[in-house]
Design a binder for this molecule. Structure first.
Ligand SMILES: [Zn+2]
Length: 446
């Protein structure tokens, strides 16, 4: 019988879209299953231009945006595709975390394939699904209790929580018949849960891994400043101290650490923090749940308000937050005492909010990957129109290039595979053989 192999079906020379197949004898296990952020998916499908719900796999296969793997997809998703339905030939899918580029294709899986994930990740997927248009499908969900190993035939998977820009992120040690594969998922060393990353790396080093599969988001050109969560906090403190006008801001909708950081900064500055209905729902969904840091809770935490954006009809999940929600009139009258979060898609609210010219806008997300980013241009047009001053203050969810070099050097794996990066060829750690993987090639673990 051939020895264990690892095959990269996505995340190859692209950010996101990790789909890693580990095979050992009859066992076939997939790690992560989402679309890539840049550049492939967006080259064909953008905003409302999306695969048809009646034939999604056909529409994704057309542009090689999803792997052609028999025994993986549901009969329904395969409708119209030139890939025949087969009973499952993949035995499990393990998720590292709830970001869309890792979990977004789950809905296409055969519903009999079990999905393994942290209970915290499951809480997040449920919250995202209940308050938006994203669906993850129904599966046999298996909740991990790290670091208890999961055995599937020849393969043993050991989950380890790591720090990332969303709670509930995991790295995995995958023990095969020829040695261990260490897979980082997305991770960082400079966030509030840096200790988790360190424990994972310690455990990984002990295994003397044969293969090290590392994310490399920030490998290569990386113009971003290496803020920590604490330095974001102190910079935001400065912005809040320096103005007596309304302060606006935006961050990734699931970056719970950042939401907490900005909330604390608002309180220290004697301001109330104003969140969207969706953020209010998310905070309520995760508050007090195992695996989550303490979060401000709408209706309970002091100095926390909800902005009730006017709509013709509200969803059921929005209703509990409408009582006591504030509106544009309130924000205009009390702007000096508020720090209001506003997602770009809700920018038309600015037409009613009329922030004073020169008001600060805290942009707490990563800068666009490309310079010709249309969304970034539109964003700037709105800021210019209303005379808002942008402050880019963000701590990345990813390790820096130099940090990754040190980690690869420390683990001393036989082979290192950089994925989830546009620049795998620029990763040269000392003392380990680096392979910039090709999509679909089965690399032996040895
Ligand atoms: Zn991520």
């Amino acid at each position: 019988m051939p020895g264990p192999t690892v095959t990269f079906l996505g995340g190859v020379r692209e950010i996101g879209g990790n789909k890693i197949l580990v095979e050992d004898g009859p066992e076939r296990i997939l790690f992560d299953f989402g679309p890539s952020f840049t550049p492939r998916y967006d080259e064909f499908y953008l905003n409302y231009l999306q695969p048809r719900s009646t034939s999604p796999i056909k529409d994704l296969l057309e542009f090689d945006l999803i792997p052609r793997v028999p025994g993986l997809y549901s009969r329904e998703a395969l409708h119209g595709a030139d890939l025949e339905y087969e009973a499952p030939r993949i035995h499990a899918v393990f998720l590292t975390h709830a970001h869309y580029d890792h979990a977004g294709y789950l809905k296409y899986l055969d519903p009999d394939i079990p999905v393994y994930l942290g209970s915290d990740t499951k809480v997040l997927l449920d919250a995202i699904q209940s308050s938006g248009t994203t669906s993850y499908g129904s599966h046999p969900w298996n909740l991990l209790s790290a670091p208890a190993p999961v055995r599937l035939g020849n393969i043993e998977v050991v989950p380890h929580p790591v720090d990332h820009s969303i709670p509930g992120a995991y790295g995995y040690l995958v023990r095969t018949s020829e040695g261990t594969i260490a897979y980082t998922g997305d991770f960082r060393k400079h966030g509030p849960r840096a200790g988790l990353t360190e424990s994972f790396l310690e455990a990984a080093a002990k295994e003397e891994p044969r293969a090290f599969i590392t994310e490399g988001t920030r490998v290569g050109p990386d113009p971003r400043r290496n803020f920590t969560e604490d330095s974001v906090r102190s910079e935001v403190d400065h912005v809040l101290e320096a103005t007596s006008d309304l302060v606006l801001g935006t961050c990734y909708p699931r970056d719970i650490d950042r939401i907490s950081t900005l909330y604390q900064a608002a309180r220290t500055a004697g301001r109330s923090f104003v969140v969207s209905l969706k953020t209010a729902f998310l905070l309520t969904s995760v508050a007090g749940r195992p695996g989550f840091p303490p979060v401000p809770q709408p209706g309970q935490s002091p100095d926390l308000l909800v902005y009730g954006r006017p709509k013709r009809r509200y969803y059921k999940w929005e209703e509990p937050f409408l009582e006591g929600a504030v509106d544009a009139d309130y924000v205009r009258a009390n702007g000096k005492r508020l720090f209001l979060m506003l997602e770009m898609m809700h920018f038309p609210e600015l037409i009613d909010l009329r922030p004073p010219k020169g008001s600060p806008f805290v942009y707490s997300m990563s800068e666009p990957f490309s310079e010709e980013d249309l969304e970034a241009e539109v964003f700037q047009h709105w800021l210019d129109h209303f005379g808002l001053r942008k402050h880019s203050l963000h701590a990345s969810g990813h390790c820096s290039g130099p940090e990754l070099l040190a980690i690869a050097h420390r683990l001393q794996p036989t082979t290192t595979y950089p994925i989830h990066t546009e620049h795998p060829d620029e990763f040269h750690p000392k003392g380990t053989h680096v392979v910039s993987p090709e999509k679909g090639v089965a690399y032996p673990v040895r």
